[in-house]
Design a protein around this ligand. Structure first.
Ligand SMILES: Nc1ncnc2c1ncn2[C@@H]1O[C@H](COP(=O)(O)OP(=O)(O)OP(=O)(O)O)[C@@H](O)[C@H]1O
Length: 299
């Protein structure tokens, strides 16, 4: 059952950029991935859901509550890790978390201490709790960011581009943390990294130019694309010709040869073979098809 209902949400900034264009989504408990390239409008949507900005039109209901009419009620149930939560004062992790817990309304000292310690343990920061957060690595700072988002046992958790810039090991740590948050809360993970969503999210949406382009499970979305992705090994110097002629989703080097993946409803030309699409191909095909000027498919 959907707990978060986003209906026809629109937002235009003073400079004329329409960051959200009639966005509608229904989001149940669990991890929900919001995938999109830079500038798609993800952060605008996350900030609007976190009640940090008002939409121009549309409504958002969380458990039936209109969040922009009752922002304080939403905030008491919200955990938010913004994209730019990166500047920390020169105080220790446990002091800062304790301070943020007070701001979050955790006024009972014993309970607060217990929760702060538990979150430092959960995010694997307990042994470094006396170190200033400003001296932490990027990955440790992001884990601290999750610890503060989890203060007060929120029901709606919003994490905006949390793994950008993390090395693979820290990204794995972060994935483990997110997957442990639990299935009884709504967690929205906004990212441009396909593997984040593939590894973690049973449901996802792809956003581009302020609009939701597709929504579903990874299995549904990849099944819908089956039969439309074709692969061929080509000479690297022929790549531009293929890009001009076809909708090239991606290219990669395989054992010294260049492989191109092309989106087409039927075999584009001799030498192409069907390719079993994954979430990455779904993402690139959605982006290719959402672009205003499309290439003719020469089949
Ligand atoms: N405060 C603002 N004032 C004016 N334009 C803005 C503002 N915030 C975002 N934008 C513009 O709105 C569009 C959507 O930006 P947004 O940050 O929501 O996208 P995003 O998908 O989160 O991308 P990124 O990962 O690059 O932040 C972009 O064109 C951006 O330049």
């Amino acid at each position: 059952m959907s707990r978060l209902k986003i209906q026809q949400l629109s937002k235009q900034y003073a400079n004329g950029v329409k960051a959200l264009d009639a966005v509608s989504l229904e989001i149940p408990n669990g991890l929900f991935g919001l995938l999109g390239p830079n500038g798609a409008g993800k952060s605008s949507l996350m900030r609007t859901l976190a009640t940090l900005q008002q939409p121009d039109a549309g409504t958002v209901l969380f458990d039936g509550l209109n969040i922009h009419q009752y922002p304080q009620q939403l905030r008491s149930q919200l955990g938010y890790l913004p994209q730019d939560f990166g500047v920390y004062p020169n105080v220790s992790a446990s002091e800062l978390l304790n301070h943020l817990a007070i701001l979050k309304g955790l006024l009972n000292k014993t309970e607060r201490r217990e929760q702060v310690d538990a979150l430092l343990q959960q995010t694997n920061l307990y042994t470094v709790r006396k170190r200033a957060v400003s001296t932490f690595s990027g990955g440790m700072q992001q884990r601290f960011g999750i610890a503060q988002a989890l203060l007060g046992s929120p029901q709606l958790i919003i994490v905006d581009e949390p793994t950008a810039g993390l090395d693979p090991e820290e990204r794995n740590h972060f994935h483990d943390l997110l997957s442990e948050i639990g299935e009884e809360v709504v967690v929205i993970l906004s990212t441009h990294i396909v593997e984040d969503v593939y590894e973690l999210c049973p449901q996802l949406a792809v956003m581009a130019q302020g609009k939701i382009i597709v929504q579903g499970s990874p299995a549904q979305l990849t099944a819908a694309l089956r039969g439309r992705v074709w692969s061929k090994t080509i000479e690297s110097r022929a790549l531009t010709d293929y890009q001009l002629a076809y909708t090239v989703l991606s290219t990669r080097m395989l054992a010294g040869k260049r492989q191109v993946l092309v989106l087409a409803d039927a075999c584009p030309e001799p030498g192409f073979v069907p390719f079993n699409p994954g979430l990455e191909e779904v993402y690139f095909s959605v982006l290719a098809e959402s672009k205003p000027a499309q290439k003719a498919t020469l089949c």
